[in-house]
Ligand binder design. Sequence first.
Ligand code: SF4
Length: 151
Amino acid sequence: MSAPMSPKQAMAAVRGVYAELAARPPARACTGVADCCRFRLTGRTPYLTLGEALVAAAAWRAAGRAGLLPAVDGACPFLGGSGRCQIYEGRPFGCRTHFCAAAGGPYPRHEVRAWIQTLEQIDHQLGGHGGVNLPTAVAQAMTVVTRKNRN
Ligand code: SF4
């Protein structure tokens, strides 16, 4: 059984996964239209492990935001009016690997399996229960990040 992890340790480990991914990005051609951030349009909502949700919530807090904005038209609550992700550096793993067909499609599962397993392990060590849909996961993580900032 793995040892428990603090939120701080977990966020560092998740950021390590993101850094490894950024160092070996498969070729994709995202044009930044952000259609993939409009969940009602795609019919798909990203699922986040607890560590990913903490990193996303911390990025939102670092941008000076406290509560989450209500999602407009079924879009991600982090999608800004300009069509840009407002937590780009802290965006979840799925946002880094699940590209639309026009951009080249999602990364093949076998290419990202090891990272997914690491994220799942971090989730387990944090006492999480697996992937949770983005709006719910981040709302829950905001309470942890806010509490941590108060302490
Ligand atoms: S976190 Fe950012 S990249 Fe991911 S769906 Fe939301 S706006 Fe898009």
